[in-house]
Write a protein that binds this ligand. Structure first.
Ligand SMILES: [Zn+2]
Length: 281
């Protein structure tokens, strides 16, 4: 059984490596080792019309992730124009505006984009890549987006085209070669139906350099998750008879836990050129 070409190096065919818990099949490229799952025909529509998530439940988790992302971004782009791609609930734009950035976002889900607009935050209801020109930016962030886009290489090329010379792009995505992924195999929590691209350090390095970025920073970051989500995911790993005993206590609803399973990669790449806004040393 084969699927379309490798989304990273275009090699065809890619080889099936077995079904994951929530996915019918995962494929691996024999040339660059990139892993991917089949993209649904209606991918763009699914994202555009995805229902509004429980924003209250995710807000504490997304705020903790956001603060860490902005702290790590600061030494490379302390201010200037910032674009948050896949802005979700808008937390990153909000936090960035509270710092020294002129921040805006793009969000392909109509429901999410309009809920962010209602909070008077600047967001375009768009998916990238697009022909529409805006920018340039000193920093672009894409947190937990790469795994969900249809064409990661075209997506990154589009982001880089919107960066000013010397500008930086920060991405966060799960690591398919992490200890957790190798240990849990098909039960790895990042194999889920909305994820199609599974990067490792090697394939993320390749994506960054193919798009014309110099990697200037990389580290693993914790996954801040709503407690309810964690209970649900843990329950899914347990045998049937134990599951009912693992209900999330009501008092913990809305809390976020930092789960450092070391399986999220955060990379910052710089577009060649002279940045105008490095922090004072
Ligand atoms: Zn490949």
């Amino acid at each position: 059984m084969t699927t379309s070409a490798c989304r990273l190096c275009a090699h065809t065919p890619v080889n099936p490596v077995g079904p994951a818990a929530a996915l019918p099949q995962v494929f691996e490229c024999p040339v660059c080792n990139f892993r991917q799952s089949e993209l649904p025909q209606d991918h763009a529509d699914r994202i555009r019309h995805s229902p509004l998530p429980d924003l209250e439940a995710i807000s504490s988790a997304s705020r903790r992730t956001t603060r860490l992302v902005l702290e790590l971004l600061y030494p490379f782009a302390p201010d200037g124009r910032l674009l948050d791609v896949g802005t979700g609930s808008g937390t990153l734009i909000e936090e960035a505006v509270n710092r020294a950035y002129v921040a805006e976002g793009v969000e392909p889900s109509r429901a999410l984009a309009s809920s962010v607009q209602q909070r008077q935050l600047p967001v375009r209801p768009l998916a990238l890549p697009t022909e529409e020109r805006f920018g340039p930016y000193d920093a672009i962030t894409a947190v937990r987006v790469l795994e969900e886009v249809a064409h990661p290489a075209a997506f990154m090329t589009d982001l880089v085209s919107r960066l000013a010379p010397g500008g930086v792009c920060l991405v966060v995505t799960p690591d398919v070669r992490s200890f957790a992924a190798r240990k849990l195999q098909k039960k790895w929590w990042h194999y889920h139906p909305a994820a199609y691209n599974f990067f490792s350090e090697a394939t993320l390095n390749r994506l960054m350099s193919d798009s014309g970025l110099d990697v200037v920073f990389r580290r693993r970051v914790p996954d801040y998750l709503p407690v309810e989500f964690l209970f649900a995911r843990l329950a899914a790993l347990l045998p049937e008879k134990w599951r009912r005993k693992l209900d999330c206590p009501a008092a913990l609803h809305g809390y976020a836990v930092g789960l450092n399973t070391f399986d999220l990669l955060l990379y910052i790449g710089r577009k060649p050129g002279q940045p105008h806004n490095l922090p004072p040393t």
